[in-house]
Design a protein around this ligand. Structure first.
Ligand SMILES: [Zn+2]
Length: 238
């Protein structure tokens, strides 16, 4: 392999690594948002369980108040009935008292049902609290990992950039300029794509189109050749 190829491949290797790290940094905000949304789900579930329990407790309270009101009404009928002399009126008062008793029984049945619901609601709330706490510590751990990754990527890029700026000094200026121009092209090269590729079985290893004989021959001689199709710099692998 010709010397310029070796040097440029080494430079490209650094650039590809830098691009990969930069990509990781670029996706970091999305990753962070995704991690945080994991907590949101657990938080919503916990909130729902709390609200549900509060509503059930409120319903029980309402039933208690209703039962008390009817009990009071019943006591009122009972005390009044002792003063009634008229049979018809007395029977009417007794009917009222029976109706009150029946209403109180119905409410007591409802109270039992709601109390069972509250019991289930408390179990659910305990479970959701546990799940939320677990999610919270998991998310905290993941955020720490993301912070570490971000820091490491940044440090690694700095290190690689220092190495690359030294490495490019060793490349012949004309070749270096050509390479730099290509790597900055967003479509053809772009930071994450190779701009220096071998000719493998007579085709460009980037776009996989045939390379004409003249260019193959130039590459074989160690000249800097370009793919006519994609513009990549070509070399002969030997
Ligand atoms: Zn090509």
């Amino acid at each position: 392999m010709h010397e310029w190829v070796e040097k440029l491949l080494d430079l490209q290797d650094k650039d590809l690594r830098i691009a990969k790290l930069a990509e990781q940094i670029a996706t970091e905000p999305a990753d962070r948002a995704k991690v945080k949304s994991m907590l949101k789900g657990a938080e919503t579930a916990l909130g729902d369980a709390k609200t549900q329990l509060q509503e059930q407790e409120k319903a029980l309270k309402t039933l208690e108040i209703n039962a008390d009101t009817i009990r009071e009404k019943m006591r009122d009928f009972q005390s009044k009935s002792t003063f009634i002399k008229n049979n018809e009126e007395y029977r009417a008062a007794m009917t009222q008292i029976d109706t009150c008793k029946k209403q109180i029984e119905d409410i007591e049945d409802d109270q039992l049902l709601v109390m069972e619901e509250i019991e289930r609601g408390r179990t659910l709330l305990a479970l959701r609290t546990k799940e939320f706490k677990a999610a919270e510590s998991r998310v905290a751990e993941m955020i720490t990992d993301l912070d570490t990754r971000l820091k490491n990527c940044g440090a690694q890029i700095k290190k690689l950039e220092a190495i690359r700026s030294e490495a490019i000094k060793g490349v012949e200026p004309a070749i270096a300029r050509r390479y730099e121009r290509l790597i900055k092209k967003p479509n053809r090269g772009g930071p994450s794509r190779r701009v220096l590729v071998p000719i493998l079985e007579d085709v460009c290893d980037r776009c996989h189109m045939n390379v004409i004989a003249q260019i193959r021959m130039n590459a074989r001689k160690g000249m800097v050749a370009s793919c006519e199709n994609c513009g990549a710099m070509l070399y002969w692998e030997s």
